[in-house]
Design a protein around this ligand. Structure first.
Ligand SMILES: C[S@@+](CC[C@H](N)C(=O)[O-])C[C@H]1O[C@@H](n2cnc3c(N)ncnc32)[C@H](O)[C@@H]1O
Length: 222
C-alpha cells in the first residue's frame, strides 16, 4: 500500500516513470479507477510494481505468492510480467476489493493464472505449508495488515525457494519507524521497528530496503 514514492519529488518520479516500461492500459485504468476509491492509496505505487516485475523477469519467476491483493494492481502487473505459465497464489479477506481484482484479471487475460484464497492469510500460508508447497515459490509480496508481518515473513521463508525473493511493502510507515518510540504508538509501529532491526542479524536472508513507495524491503533467501 503506497500509491506514490514518498521520498522522491513527484515531478522527478513522473519523469522516471515516463522513461521506464510503459504501464499496461489495464493497470492505468485500474490506478485511475482506484484513485477515487476511499482506500485508493492501498495499491502499490507504479514504480514498485515496475521494480517487482523487473525482478520477476530477471529471475524467470513462475510462481508468485501475494499477501494483500486489494483491487489487483500488483497481482495483475506480476501476472502480465510472468507470462502464460505463471502460477499466482493470492491471499485477501475482502470480497469487495477482490471483486474488482477479479474484473481486472479478466480484463488483462490473466485470471486463469491466479488462485485467490479469501480468508486470513496466516490460515492460507499454513495450508500451503501443510500441502507440501515449501520452497516452491520464486517471489512473495507481503502487503497486508502490519502486525502479523513477522509471522508472514517466517511462513514466506518456508514457502519461497533458496535464491527467491520476499518483498515487503510499507516498511517505513511514512518515516515513523525511524523516530523514537512514544507512549501511545500503535503496536504495528513497534512490531515493524523490531522487525526491521532484526533483518541485518538474520543469517537466512540478504536484506536491502529501497526508498521506493513507502519503503520496499527485498529479502533474498539464501
Ligand atoms: C495494501 S492492500 C494490498 C494492495 C495490493 N498489493 C495492490 O497492489 O493493490 C492490503 C490488502 O490486505 C488485505 N488484508 C488485510 N488483512 C488481511 C489478512 N489478515 N489476511 C489477508 N489479507 C488481508 C486487505 O483486505 C487489503 O485488500
Amino acid at each position: 500500500m503506497t500509491v506514490e514514492t514518498r521520498h522522491t519529488d513527484p515531478a522527478l518520479q513522473a519523469y522516471l516513470n515516463s522513461i521506464g516500461e510503459p504501464e499496461h492500459p489495464v493497470l492505468t485504468e485500474l490506478r485511475q479507477r482506484t484513485a477515487t476509491h476511499r482506500l485508493g492509496k492501498m495499491a502499490i505505487a507504479r514504480e514498485q510494481a515496475a521494480l517487482l516485475t523487473w525482478l520477476a523477469r530477471l529471475t524467470g519467476a513462475k510462481r508468485y505468492l501475494e499477501i494483500g491483493v486489494f483491487t489487483g494492481y500488483s497481482s495483475t502487473a506480476m501476472a502480465l510480467a510472468m507470462g502464460i505459465d505463471a502460477e499466482i497464489t493470492a491471499c485477501d479477506i475482502s470480497v469487495t476489493h477482490t471483486d474488482t481484482a477479479r474484473e481486472t484479471w479478466q480484463a488483462a487475460g490473466v485470471a486463469h493464472n491466479i488462485t485467490l484464497y479469501l480468508q486470513p492469510a496466516l490460515i492460507t500460508l499454513d495450508h500451503l505449508i501443510s500441502s507440501g508447497e515449501d520452497g516452491s515459490y520464486d517471489i512473495a509480496l507481503i502487503d497486508a495488515d502490519k502486525p502479523p508481518t513477522p509471522q508472514y515473513y517466517e511462513r514466506c521463508l518456508q514457502l519461497v525457494r533458496s535464491g527467491g525473493i520476499i518483498a515487503i511493502d510499507n516498511i517505513l510507515l511514512g518515516g515513523r519507524v525511524m523516530k523514537p518510540s512514544e507512549n501511545g504508538s500503535p503496536p504495528s509501529l513497534n512490531i515493524l521497528r523490531e522487525f526491521n532491526r532484526s533483518l541485518p542479524r538474520d543469517t537466512r536472508i540478504t536484506p536491502i530496503t529501497l526508498p521506493v513507495g513507502d519503503g520496499l524491503t527485498l529479502l533474498l533467501k539464501k
